[in-house]
Design a protein around this ligand. Structure first.
Ligand SMILES: [Zn+2]
Ligand SMILES: [Zn+2]
Ligand SMILES: [Zn+2]
Length: 278
């Protein structure tokens, strides 16, 4: 059992290694062909287009297609044809209309997925599936179907294709220390140059100290401190993504943390509950 388990996990790791060269499971190197309007992989040359010509990638920017990972809102079942190099939907078989003649050949293809319905950030919409040649085709540019006529988009949903690699997902983290008379929050993984709210929570009260992440998404915030009532939790919320890192200030709070109880003759400035966080 142990041997089987090790073999299984090492095989999986090898699989991830190959994929691991591309961030977030997105494969670069896809291009739009001006002749057939299909999305084709350019990493092995120009491939085979209609009328025994090569694809024409001259007018295309780079496109990125999800491999292995199936992001939310994406349709799995897409494959790369090792003959025409196009991205094809494999759910209805190999088809009859590879530009290289006969059916497509999906041997050697990774499992691809394509956003359907939703348009993710940095993606181009207007892509359609041709139910004749099974290829993913940019609908507005028409193009010649390998079957000889126009592509048939009558059975297609609305697809889109990524035009940029998505940024790595930010996972903020913080450490809290006392240093040279200051309570210090250091953090990373925040949205660069964006607002971060540092919230100290102790004894049912909050103190919010907003700060700004630097150009590489780090924060460094200092404040004076005093003893807490029990322990103090620190939340650092990235106001752009809503992701929050949590740390502990031990038994210390910032020196301007609200005291209680509030004497009646001093008003309620420190004792008012904050309705936003109740
Ligand atoms: Zn082509
Ligand atoms: Zn093909
Ligand atoms: Zn077609």
């Amino acid at each position: 059992m142990v041997a089987t388990h090790i073999e299984g996990s090492s095989r999986r790791r090898v699989g991830r290694c190959v994929i691991g060269e591309v961030a977030m499971g997105m494969q670069p190197g896809w291009r739009w062909c001006a002749r057939c309007s299909s999305l084709a992989y350019s990493g092995f040359g120009d491939g085979i287009c209609v009328h025994d010509s090569a694809h024409d990638f001259g007018g295309s920017g780079e496109y990125f297609v999800s491999m292995v990972d199936v992001p939310e809102g994406s349709q799995p079942g897409w494959r790369w044809c090792n003959r025409c190099q196009c991205l094809c939907y494999s759910g209805f078989g190999d088809g009859d209309w590879c530009a290289a003649g006969g059916p497509h050949n999906f041997e050697g293809s990774g499992p691809y997925s394509v956003p359907l319905g939703a348009i993710p950030p940095s993606s181009q919409d207007g892509w359609r599936w041709c139910c004749t040649c099974l290829c993913l085709v940019y609908g507005e540019s028409g193009g010649t179907c390998p079957s000889g006529g126009a592509h048939d988009f009558s059975r297609s949903g609305a697809y889109s294709v990524a035009t940029a690699m998505p940024p790595p997902e930010l996972r903020p983290s913080i450490t809290v220390d006392r240093n040279s008379g200051m309570l210090r929050v250091d953090g990373e993984g925040f949205t660069p140059n964006a607002r971060v709210n540092i919230r100290y929570y102790n004894d049912h009260k909050n103190l919010d100290l907003p700060t700004t992440a630097n150009e590489i998404g780090r924060i460094a915030h200092n404040t004076g401190y005093r003893r807490a009532e029990g322990s103090c939790t620190v939340f650092a919320r990235d106001e752009t993504t809503g992701r929050t890192a949590i740390g502990s200030a031990g038994t210390w709070v910032p020196d301007n943390f609200p005291y209680d109880p509030v004497p009646i003759d001093q008003g309620t400035a420190f004792g008012e509950p904050d309705p936003r966080y109740e």
